[in-house]
Design a protein around this ligand. Structure first.
Ligand code: ATP
Ligand code: MG
Length: 327
């Protein structure tokens, strides 16, 4: 079976983009693959975060993974910092990563903004930590949203560079697995930006734990335009984003959706979208509450996941060290 690896940072609230771009795809194909799903808490400290929040978010995210349908029988679910090999490989790979490659990473530019004086070196090296996460498990496929395409590309380049430098297939060369539907969900406030957990405005995203009233309110105030035609149109990114979400939830084609809403206005469409969202998220929320109220079981699943992946990670680190001449 092919190996799949992916992860999400335990920062803020997990949103619809994380679900449609990542988690839902992991769930859909979990029985075809050998899956490793990580809660990437080492990535979460690249920007300031309160210790209590980090601890709680980590558990909440684990519960959400399972509530969304990941099955511990098919997947190894664990916390990144529980497996120290992630930090170890990351340092080694840093020494093989040209600064020029990192300078071209657009996520760093977006997240750092103009703050070069105080932003952490960790944020700059984020893509190398991510490359290590993927390469530790000899991963074939990395199911992520479209925003991570560049980081997976860097991972491939780095693996190829390392293998050819030592003339040895130390790393499997991974491939990004980016599905057409839901790969780039946009902000509800500013549909030219992607929906992000780190957005300071909670109205910009739907979280997986939003109640029906909140969903209705957020969709109601989502940015559209004054044309009032329910059609896919790149010139009108607001309505197009909402339609794309609707499409990802229903699996219908553009034409079917446009036909269903022909002659109807934004109000009708937003009501239908709200209904679909509530329908999708309610069962997830119900399972989530059961899981989060049984902390010992959740902790046991995470411990078991870490215990299962650690030998794979250690094996790769040993191969890497041998190639380099370390140890
Ligand atoms: P942050 O703002 O803290 O970076 P994020 O929303 O980008 O948060 P991540 O933890 O960085 O979330 O990413 C987790 C996964 O969700 C990745 O696979 C990423 O590609 C995917 N993802 C993030 N945002 C979106 C989005 N708007 N649409 C589709 N997929 C997304
Ligand atoms: Mg992100």
């Amino acid at each position: 079976k092919k190996r799949v690896f992916s992860g999400i940072q335990p920062t803020n609230n997990i949103h619809l983009g994380n679900y449609l771009g990542a988690i839902r795809n992991w769930v859909e194909t979990q029985d075809q693959y050998d899956n490793v799903f990580c809660i990437v808490d080492l990535h979460a400290i690249t920007l300031p975060i309160d210790p209590k929040d980090l601890h709680n978010n980590t558990r909440k995210l684990a519960a959400l993974y399972l509530a969304c349908g990941l099955d511990a029988a098919h997947c190894k679910v664990f916390v990144q910092s529980h497996v120290h090999q992630h930090a170890e490989l990351s340092w080694i790979l840093n020494c093989f990563t040209p600064m020029g490659w990192l300078n071209r990473m657009t996520q760093f530019k977006t997240k750092a903004g103009d703050d070069m004086e105080t932003v952490s070196a960790g944020l700059y090296c984020y893509p190398v930590l991510m490359a290590g996460d993927i390469l530790l498990y000899q991963t074939d496929l990395v199911p992520v949203g479209d925003d991570q395409r560049q980081h997976v590309e860097l991972t491939r380049d780095l693996a190829q560079r390392f293998n050819s430098l030592y003339n040895k297939p130390v790393f499997t060369i991974p491939k990004a697995d980016i599905r057409a539907a839901g790969a780039r969900v946009m902000s509800l406030e500013d549909p030219t930006k992607k929906m992000s957990k780190s957005d300071p405005n909670p109205n910009a995203y739907i979280t997986l734990l939003d109640d029906p009233k909140t969903i209705k309110k957020k969709i109601g105030r989502a940015t559209t335009d004054s044309e009032r035609l329910v059609t896919f149109d790149p010139a009108r990114p607001g309505i197009t984003n909402l339609l794309t979400i609707y499409q990802a939830l229903t699996g219908q084609s553009n034409q079917e959706i446009e036909a269903d809403f022909a002659g109807k206005g934004y109000g009708d469409f937003k009501a239908a979208l709200t209904e679909r969202l509530v329908e999708t998220l309610s069962p997830i929320q119900q399972r989530y509450h059961e899981l989060i109220n049984d902390m010992p079981t959740l902790e046991a699943i995470l411990k078991q996941g870490a215990d299962e992946v650690r030998p794979m990670a250690e094996h790769t680190v040993q191969e890497v060290k041998k190639a380099i001449g370390l140890g």
